[in-house]
Design a protein around this ligand. Sequence first.
Ligand code: GAR
Length: 208
Amino acid sequence: MLKVGVLVSGGGTNLQAILDAIDSGKITNAQVTVVISNNPNAYALQRAEDHGIKALCISPKQYEDREDFHKALLNRLQEEQVDLIVLAGFLVAVPPMIVEAYPYRIINIHPSLIPSFCGVGYYGLHVHEKVLERGVRVTGATVHFVDTGTDTGPIILQKAVKVKQGDTPQILQKRVMEKAEWKILPKAINLIANGKVTVKDGKVMIEE
Ligand code: GAR
């Protein structure tokens, strides 16, 4: 049974999609053992508690400097003995210290089709604002392994979503979540939990 630690910063709808997929049997061989937020007010923590899952906050504000915060986060993940770390709307850059401790064992959901609309400064609603500004007709979401760059790791799954006339960033964000994020993130976890995902020459291979 894969022990999954989910890192969050906000509402936690992707966390909810993971928990629902475990409950309904769409994800097998995995359990969420801990949810950690950098933000004490994240509603995601409440969702975890409501599900009987250990929920805790590790905030940079509790530490002298960034390095101490990173060490505390890493220590906690190691104490919890998680096998897979899922960044589900975690808006903190994961430092090399943590990436190197979990090679190809950290995944992230990003709300665009990488390599479009990603990298530093592209997170949450900003991504959808930029998509609408550029006027692209198709956007989507990507699940990828986390490496030391920003949104540069090997891509596991992607799903396209249409941009519609009259979309606002909020409307588009909701469509991308419903039609793409909440589907491909649980699917990727299920594939990993069942040993179907490997990385070869920096690219992901999926056993069908
Ligand atoms: C999601 O749209 C996720 O893709 C995005 O933050 C939102 C979190 O929502 N993540 C990023 O932008 C990472 N670069 P949630 O808390 O409701 O799951």
